[in-house]
Unconditional design. Sequence first.
Length: 400
Amino acid sequence: MTTTADIGTTAAPALAARTADVAASPVREILALTTRPEVISFAGGLPAPELFDAEGIRAAYDAVLRESPRQVLQYSTTEGDPSLRAAVATRLITRGLPTDPEDLLITGGSQQGLSLLASALLEPGDTVLVEDPTYLAALQCFGLAAARIIPVPSDEDGIMPDALDALVAAERPKLLYLVPNFQNPTGRTLPLERRRAVAEVAARRGLWVVEDDPYGELRFSGEPVQWISGCAAAKDRTVLLSSFSKVMAPGLRLGWLRGPAALRRACVIAKQAADLHTSTVDQAATARYLADSDLDAHLTTVRNAYRERRDALLAGLADALPAGSSWNRPEGGMFLWARLPSDHDATALLRQAVAHNVAYVPGAPFFAGHPDLATLRLSFTTHTPAEIADGLTRLAKALC
C-alpha cells in the first residue's frame, strides 16, 4: 500500500497576501473577552435586544410562510424582493430623497454593500479616502481590496472640505467613504454646508462618494440633515448604503444600496458571484413587517430609550474619566467619543478596565493614519441607565 511518506508532500500554496495584511477586528475580539455576564460593556456597537419587536417580526415570518411558502423558500432575483425595494423607496421619499424601487439593490447588510462596491470600483493600488477616524470594518473591506487608504483631516464636525479638495487633487482617489450621521466611531454628524462642499468637490474633481447611513433614523435631537446623495451637484456619483440592523434587528442581515444604474449593475454582478441573492424568506418577512407594523412608532420607542441611556452616560463621564478628559454629545446614534489626557493610552488601560468588569473600545484601530492613543469609543445602547451608572463607577476605579 502506498503511503503519504512514499509519495512525499509539498506545502499548500500560500494564502493571498492581502489576508495577512488586514488585521482581525479588535472590536470583535473585545466582545469575546466581555461575554461574562458580570461585565458591563460599553464596547459593542449592538442594538438593545430587549427593544427588538420580536412579536411583530415573528408574525411577519408566520404570515409569509403560511401564505406563500413556495415563493419565499425558493431562489429569487439578485436585485431583491420587489415589495421590499418598494417599501425602502417609500421610506426614502418620505425622508426627502426621491427614489425609485429600481434604484435599489438589497444586500446582506450594508457591510455587503460596501464589499460589493469595493469589488465593482477598486483595482489593487487604487486610492480610497476615509474620515479620520473611520468605521473599522470599512478599513478591513478596503484593505482586502488591496486599496491604498488615506485619511482626510477631520475635526469635531467631520472631514474638512479644503483638506479633502487638496487630497483629491494630489492623490486622485477613486472614492471617498464616510458615515455622515452619528458616525461610527465618533458619533459626530457632518454639517449641511460640508456635505454640499463634499458634493461639489466630487463633481469638480471626479470622485465617487460612498455615504453609509445605518444610524440616520436614530436621531434624538436637532433636525435631520440632507444626504449628500440628495445634493444635485453629485447625484450621479453618490452611493447611499443603509441597513435594517439598527432599526429592526441585526440578525436579519438585511441592507440596501442606492446608486446610479451602471454602478448598481456592476454590484449586481458582484453579488451574483458572492451569494446569488439575499435570503428570500428574510426579505419577504421584512417587507411584510413594514406593511403590517408601524416601524416609525417602534423607532420612537428605541430613540427614547437610547436618548435616556446617552444622557446617563454623559451625566457620569466627568467622574468616570481622568481629569483633563474630553468627550462629545452626539445628537443620535449609538456612540460617544472620548479622549483621555495625552499621557494616557486607552489600549493599554483596557486590560485594567476589564479586570474591573467594565469594557470600552480603544480608539486607535479606527485610524487609517497615525492613531490617537488617548481616544476611546463608548456605546450606550445595551445597558439601562442604572447599569450605565454602575459601569462608570467601575471605569473610574480602573482609569482614575
